[in-house]
Design a protein around this ligand. Structure first.
Ligand code: AMP
Length: 112
């Protein structure tokens, strides 16, 4: 499959890994928008939030169990933001479900 994040999972494209288990991979965003900017992705290919179903949502629950562990390891003790862009209007550029973890500075409250 011609998917950038599937290639990162396969090790065909390098990444700066911060967490990995049998279900998920987390790595540093190549163009960080905050001092800490990490992407958490399922190892199975789900195109976006729109592709989450009763059959595959367990991995999403697992991602949200892993996110606080990553935040703690990154010492984001003052808070952080979790974002998933879904579709064109949200500016999704990689069609493999991913959750941004942003932190390390006070983030603006702008939603759009
Ligand atoms: P989105 O715009 O929500 O689809 O997010 C895609 C994110 O992937 C962006 O923040 C990009 O900077 C990031 N990105 C693209 N290519 C890579 C890469 N090779 N390694 C790490 N992050 C990447």
């Amino acid at each position: 499959m011609n998917c950038l994040f599937c290639k990162i999972i396969a090790g065909e494209i390098p990444s700066t890994k911060v967490y990995e288990d049998e279900l998920v991979l987390a790595f540093r965003d190549i163009a960080p928008q905050a001092p800490t900017h990490i992407l958490v992705i399922p190892k199975t290919h789900i195109p976006s939030v729109d592709g989450i179903t009763a059959e595959n949502s367990a991995v999403v629950a697992h991602i949200f169990e892993v996110i606080p562990q990553i935040a703690a390891a990154e010492k984001l003790t003052n808070g952080y933001r979790v974002v998933s862009n879904c579709g064109a209007d949200a500016g999704q550029t990689v069609q493999h479900l991913h959750f941004h973890i942003l932190g390390g500075r006070e983030l603006t409250l702008q939603m759009a």
